[in-house]
Every structure is written in C-alpha cells, then in structure tokens.
Design a protein around this ligand. Structure first.
Ligand SMILES: Cc1cc2nc3c(=O)[nH]c(=O)nc-3n(C[C@H](O)[C@H](O)[C@H](O)COP(=O)(O)OP(=O)(O)OC[C@H]3O[C@@H](n4cnc5c(N)ncnc54)[C@H](O)[C@@H]3O)c2cc1C
Length: 453
C-alpha cells in the first residue's frame, strides 16, 4: 500500500547531532526528514555517504547512527491508516510511536501485543529491532504480531511482505536493523483489554535458583520480569524482586494516559553515579517492598513504563553517556552463565544502576537476525568510565559467547566484529538482503575489519 506523496521534495537539513539513548557514540550526520512515504527513495537517490532510516533514537548504541551519513528521520510519517475493531488489526505509517498507538487503542479496548520498557519508540523501530517485552514467554517478539508491511528500496522497488508474501524479505526485515530498506507502513495485531489496570504481584527472591523457581511457577502469567541487585555479594548475591501481572479482567475506565510532566533538566555530573549511590539505590529498591510478597491493582503506565515518567532520564548518566549490555543465554548454560556474569559484574565495582532479568520463552522469532532465544536474558546499564567500562564489556561479551549466548544489537555500542559474527553466524546470509544504499555505524563496526576475526 504505497502512499502517494503530496510533498514535492523531502526537506533536508544540515549536519546535526542525532543521539541514541546511551549518548555514546556521538556522531554528526545529515538529518533528512521523511514526511510522506513517497519521500523515499527520492530523497535517498541524491545523497552521498549512505543513509539509514531512524525513528525515536531509543536504541542505546550505534544501530541507529551513521557517522557522516544521512539519517532518514521517519517520525513525520506518523499517520494511522486503518483500524478494524473486529480483528484488532491496526495499520499505520512506520513513524508513529507506540505511545500514539496506545492513545488511540486503549480507549477502544485494545493494547499493544508486545511492548518494550518505553513507549517512545516507533512502529518501524520496533520491527527493525524485533523488540521483546515482559510477555516474551507467551507472546514471542513484536514481529510475531506484524501481519504485513511495505518495504521500499533505494532503487525505487517496492515489496509487500508478510509470512506468505515475500517471506524471505519479511524475515530479513524483522530484526533487520533498518538495513533492508525503509518500512513505510505496517499492520499490527492488537490484543483486547477491558481495563487499564494490571493485577500486579511483586515477590522478593534471593539468588538465581529462587528466580528460576518463580519463573517456572509463573509460566501461565502474561507478564513477568525481575529487577536484580548486581552490586551485592555474599548472602545478598543476586537478590531481587520478581514482578508479574495480567491485564485485569474487571472492566474499568479506558481513558488515554496523561502527558508526562517530569523532565530530567540537565546532565548530571560524572560522579553522581558511583558504586556507593548505586548500592544505596539497590538496597532501597529491594527494601521498598517490605513484605516478601506484595499484590496491587496497578495502572499499566507504572507497570510497563516506570522510566518514562521522567523524560530524558538518560541525562542522569552525565555527558559521557551510558553503555547497556544485554545477553540471551540458552537454557543449557543459562543458570551457570547468569551466576558467572553477575559475579563478574559485582566484582568489577562498575555498578549497574538498572539490572533486568527475564526468562525468554520458546515462541520462535520471525526475524532472521532476531535477538531473543529461549533461555535467560539480563540487561545492565553502566555509566561510561574511560579505560574501565570497555575492557569489562569485552570480558562480559566473551563470557556470553563461551556460554553459547548472544548480545542485543539494539543495546550495543561495544561488541567486536569477531563477537558479532560468532553471535549471529547467519549475518552473511542476511547481508544479501541489505539495500546497497543503507548502512549504519553498527553494521560497519561489526562487519568491518576482518583482521579482528
Ligand atoms: C528505556 C528503554 C527501555 C527499553 N526496553 C526495551 C525492551 O524491553 N525490549 C526491547 O526489545 N527493547 C527495548 N528498548 C530498545 C528499543 O525498544 C529499541 O531500540 C527500538 O528499536 C527503538 O525504536 P526507535 O523508534 O527509537 O528506533 P531507532 O532507535 O531510531 O532505530 C532502531 C532501528 O530501527 C531502524 N528503523 C527505524 N525506523 C525504521 C523504518 N521505518 N524502516 C526501517 N528501519 C527502521 C533503524 O535503522 C535502527 O536500526 C528500550 C529502550 C529504552 C530507551
């Protein structure tokens, strides 16, 4: 369904800084706003140094950056095109955000089939990284709920992609990191709800075995995720809070969410986050839940998007930014690998403010390059400390590789070419689907220098 453009020329602007969420690395490039689906490939044809479609820049590293190149900004293409309340099928342009979809869908009794920890990501970005949420163990990835989408290539060709139409392009583009072409629009299957509320339960655990036990017992619950303390050692090693919930079955008011009011106003000084402040935060968080088990009827906003309450919270990490490290280790070595990696993090003293632990389920991911696989995933944030963070990262990535796991490109700014190619041995097959005009700083880094292999 290519849309006819009424725009004569895509506007272009000069070199500008498009930051990813981690604010590392920082590269300037030319931002080329796309307002209509027809703006691509016309805009791309006159551009030197390659191009990359981008959404909200909520990826942490360089998967949404292109040093010295052109960033095709899709957020102007945010129109809703179709909605069928009988099936929940919603078709929209790819620059629409999940927040905008929720504002439309919730009052009509529908919710996203899969959502990440922020609603400020675009539909196109969610497909291109084949994102996952707290319901991965029952719903699989975001791409599993995308019934079809358009794919525009820089040579002007166009493909309709679905599990049955151009299925190889469907699979290459879901999780394809924006490299196979521009996704101008997509159809997503929403799930029905009768209330904004979530039946929430939080349960304290001590150690990975208790976490695994809770995971097994909560298989039937739609959403599960854990916060884990990765600073404490000894008796408190790998303590955490297991958070689970289902959409409430009791009908309630379905109003849209209010706009967020809090904005983190400035870059915090580099010393604000250190092992003492992080350790204090972790102790407070753990004991905030005084009882071993807490239940509540909670609005979906704090349940799914607690961090969205403060816009630009990434400034808390100061100007040098943050690195995120997220692995998925398969069940065979998930327990052992998680204990070893958490142990290495605690020993390093390079405390992580946020550590999120979850079991991935076995619903197959539709994307050729999708990150999730059955097993355990752990996501950690680290403030960047020159000379310290990167050697630790390299060590943690090697441990991940030795345990048969892989890292998530959407969260990465540090894995080496050798590590990437070991994590994703299918990368050469995938490369055959790449649009020759499109590339990213991530792709150049991880497929670049053969001497690092
Ligand atoms: C607080 C926070 C929590 C998060 N929680 C999770 C989580 O729980 N699970 C998870 O999986 N991820 C999570 N993420 C990561 C985030 O969901 C992904 O990085 C997502 O892809 C970002 O979407 P975006 O619109 O910002 O896209 P960008 O970051 O701008 O781009 C992401 C990729 O999509 C491509 N792309 C964007 N639009 C198009 C298009 N129209 N056509 C083709 N390619 C396109 C880009 O080239 C790039 O490769 C989180 C991020 C933050 C900041």
């Amino acid at each position: 369904m290519p849309q006819t453009s009424t725009a004569t020329e895509a506007e272009t602007s000069g070199p500008a800084l498009f930051e990813s969420w981690g604010r590392y690395p920082t590269y300037s490039g030319k931002i080329v706003p796309l307002n209509w689906q027809g703006d691509f490939p016309r805009a791309a044809s006159g551009l030197a140094n390659g191009a990359l479609p981008v959404g909200m820049g909520r990826s942490y590293g360089d998967v949404c950056l292109l040093k010295g190149g052109n960033l095709l900004l899709t957020t102007g293409m945010d129109r809703l095109l179709d909605f069928d309340p009988a099936t929940g099928l919603l078709t929209a342009e790819s620059g629409i955000t999940l927040a905008q979809i929720l504002d439309f869908a919730v009052p009509r009794g529908f919710f996203l089939p899969v959502t990440p920890g922020t609603k400020y990501v675009t539909l196109g970005g969610a497909i291109a990284n084949d994102i996952h949420g707290k319901n991965h163990h029952v719903a699989g990835t975001f791409g599993s709920h995308v019934t079809q989408f358009g794919l525009m290539r820089s040579d002007g060709s166009y493909k309709l992609c679905s599990p049955t139409e151009n299925p190889d392009w469907y699979s290459a583009t879901i999780g394809g990191m924006g490299l196979t072409g521009l996704i101008p629009w997509a159809t997503l299957r929403l799930r029905p709800i009768v209330s904004r509320k979530i039946d929430y339960e939080g349960i304290q655990f001590h150690g990975i075995d208790e976490f695994l036990d809770l995971t097994e017992k909560s298989k039937h619950i739609e959403y599960t995720v854990s916060w884990v303390d990765c600073v404490s050692t000894g008796r408190n090693f790998a303590r955490g809070v297991f958070m689970q919930g289902d959409h409430s079955a009791v009908p309630g008011e379905l109003k849209p969410s209010p706009a967020p009011k809090l904005i983190f106003p400035f870059d915090a000084p580099g010393f604000a986050l250190n092992k003492y402040t992080v350790s204090a935060f972790n102790t407070l968080f753990f004991h905030k839940q005084i009882k071993r088990r807490v239940t509540a009827l909670q609005d979906y906003e704090p349940f799914f998007y607690p961090l969205d309450k403060v816009l630009h919270w990434n400034r808390l990490y100061g100007k040098s930014g943050l690195l995120q490290f997220q692995y998925a280790i398969p069940w065979e070595s998930a327990r052992e690998g998680t204990i070893a990696i958490l142990g290495a993090v605690a020993k390093s003293g390079l405390a992580s403010f946020l550590a999120v632990l979850k079991a991935f389920g076995d619903v197959p991911s539709p994307g050729m390059m999708s990150f999730p696989q059955p097993g355990i995933t752990l996501a950690l944030d680290f403030p960047i400390k020159p000379g310290l963070s990167f050697p630790l990262f390299e060590r943690l990535a090697d441990m991940t590789r030795n345990f048969g796991g892989r890292l998530y490109p959407a969260k990465d700014a540090a894995m080496t070419a050798a590590q990437f190619q070991a994590f994703y041995p299918q990368w050469e097959k995938f490369a055959r689907y790449r649009d020759p005009m499109l590339t990213s700083s991530f792709w150049e880094r991880v497929t670049g220098d053969p001497s690092t292999l």
